[in-house]
Design a protein around this ligand. Structure first.
Ligand code: ZN
Length: 209
């Protein structure tokens, strides 16, 4: 993973508005990754195409390959913009970065955050990966428990995600309104893979006592 994925720009707007990467129109990729734990981009790309007919115990069904998702993105330009602004190659690359590179990085960083936080807060707490319902419905990656009662949820994001006013987002009860507890955003530096505000989270958890 030497190349940094690019998942922003106009194609991000197009992809979002046209629902190209919606789980039911592409592949529930976060569930796929959690179940099969692919170790490389090639492995994840193959997993996506291997799930086209379903039938795997993980329950994921893919609506196509990463190339197919790129083609869908490419074709949707005409309806959205009335013209083709980006080449098919660019569109496939964009979906590849989203489904493969960004997904793997995000998943690795969630695991890393889980183990780092667990070490820092000690064994009277438990940091768990969420089940897929929580992840998909509430966008919560990790949960912190103290003797079986839930304290808070955590989202793990690259620092590029937060843009302005990071502190506002860090502990935003409203951001994940449907979720029953506050949700804290842990940010990491994409290149160094260091977490930027994990100490603040440790403080907040300890303050709950
Ligand atoms: Zn499977």
């Amino acid at each position: 993973m030497s190349r940094k994925p690019f998942t922003g720009g106009e194609l991000n707007i197009l992809n979002g508005k046209m629902g190209i990467s919606a789980a039911d129109r592409s592949v529930p990729v976060s569930r796929l990754v959690r179940y099969h734990k692919p170790k490389s981009p090639t492995e994840l790309e193959e997993l996506i195409s291997d799930h086209i007919d379903g039938g795997c115990p993980c329950g994921c069904v893919s609506k196509g390959t990463v190339q197919d998702f790129g083609k869908n993105l490419y074709k949707s330009q005409l309806e959205f913009w009335g013209e083709f602004k980006y080449s098919l190659k660019e569109c496939i690359q964009w979906e590849y970065d989203l489904f493969v590179l960004q997904m793997l990085k995000g998943n690795n960083m969630e695991d890393k955050c889980q183990s780092e936080l667990q070490k820092k807060i000690g064994n009277s707490y438990c940091v768990e990966n969420t089940n897929r319902f929580i992840d998909e419905e509430f966008r919560v990656d990790l949960e912190v428990y103290e003797s079986n009662s839930l304290i808070l949820g955590i989202q793990v994001k690259p620092s590029s995600f937060c843009g302005v006013r990071q502190s506002v987002q860090e502990f935003n009860i409203n951001a994940n309104k449907k979720y029953k507890k506050p949700v804290f955003y842990v940010y990491y530096d994409y290149d160094t893979e260091q977490f930027l505000n994990i100490e603040k989270l440790v403080e907040i958890i300890k303050e709950q006592d």
